[in-house]
Design a protein around this ligand. Structure first.
Ligand code: MN
Ligand code: MN
Length: 338
């Protein structure tokens, strides 16, 4: 049983306090049913501030499949997460109600239908002020997630960590793939041109024009090779200046990490970021108004020792922690469970 982690003198208020993780002193972290970070399910609590939700969808991949198994693997790898985040100095599960909202169920054969189902499922979780951290699934899902966030917050600053631009137009004539979500999002004005960025880009392209086409959509690019000469702090400064006080959406394709740090992904590219560099940049967003995030493209069958799932679980933890408050952070509004 989850237990109340923040006690109050007034028992009448207990039902409204955040319910934290299952106590690791009472139940070993490797025991019991699996939810993200051993948090309560959405249906176990009356309200939530942040929903962690899975989207087991991988019908949009262009190379190695298997990201439909990502959410389950990330949840399993999240069992070790503890209540205090020392780098950000927050107790992310005490100061806000975080829940595992299960998986958004979507059609595995009809991408257009799946896009609509993901958008509606995500919107239902955030329409009353909640925030969303999504576990993918392939990167196609970022498009309907951005649509749902746009319906609540309007255009967002988008920081996209990836080896790939994901702003191509079509693949085999298909407009909805994991290589096109941010082209579709740009066409609908879902993110703020001029406030958005790709980080970690590397690897081969189809044509030199790919980068020019991408720039016209409003992105700046922090190439992975830039990290040979630029510090994490320097990149954070640039990104924070670009984001300003806009609502922020962070999309993390796990292939932004070097295959040494994330071997289990569909389109691996050599020469990537370390997990330390990526965690460092994301922690640098403390105090910004993070309204939503996703961690995608974990395809666990290509892994050994759960390396990729562990990285993804830790990234999701940092993203949840960013929502836990800091300078300039607006108060979150709990929403009723339906
Ligand atoms: Mn990628
Ligand atoms: Mn991607």
């Amino acid at each position: 049983m989850p237990r109340v982690t923040r006690l109050d003198e007034d028992a009448d208020h207990l039902s409204t306090l955040p319910i934290g993780q299952t106590d690791g002193q009472l139940s070993p972290r490797y025991a019991g049913l699996t939810t993200f970070a051993r948090l309560p399910r959405r249906e176990d609590v009356p309200v939530h501030d942040i929903a962690v939700v899975g989207v087991p969808f991988d019908a949009g991949v262009t190379y190695r499949p298997g990201a439909r198994f990502g959410p389950a693997a990330i949840r399993e790898a999240s069992r070790l997460l503890r209540p205090y985040n020392p780098q950000l100095d927050v107790m992310p599960f005490r100061d806000q109600q975080v829940v595992d909202a299960g998986d958004l169920l979507c059609n595995p054969f009809d991408i257009t239908a799946a896009i609509k189902e993901i958008e509606e499922g995500a919107h239902e979780l955030i329409r009353d002020g909640g925030r969303l951290v999504t576990l993918g699934g392939d990167h196609t899902i970022a498009y309907p997630l951005l649509r749902s966030v746009h319906r609540v917050h309007g255009p967002v600053a988008l920081v996209h960590f990836d080896a790939h631009l994901d702003t191509w137009d079509t693949y085999f004539g298909a407009p909805l793939t994991h290589g096109t979500p941010f082209r579709r999002a740009a066409e609908e004005g879902l993110f703020l041109a001029g406030a958005s960025a790709h980080v970690g880009i590397r690897g081969s392209l189809y044509d030199p024009q790919d980068l020019c086409d991408d720039m016209e959509l409003g992105f700046t690019v922090v190439h992975c090779a830039d990290l040979e000469t630029r510090s994490v702090r320097d990149v954070v400064t640039q990104l924070r200046h670009r984001i300003g006080d806009a609502p922020l959406y962070v999309s993390v394709d796990i292939d932004v990490l070097d295959p040494a740090h994330a071997p289990a992904t569909g389109t691996p590219e050599a020469g990537g970021m370390t997990s330390r560099e990526l965690l460092g940049i994301i922690r640098g967003f403390k105090g910004l108004n993070l309204v939503g995030a996703d961690v995608v493209e974990v395809s666990p069958a290509y892994d050994h020792a759960d390396i990729t799932s562990v990285a993804a679980a830790n990234l999701a933890y940092e993203l949840v922690s960013l929502c836990a408050g800091g300078p300039g952070e607006p108060a979150s509004t709990p929403q009723a469970t339906h």
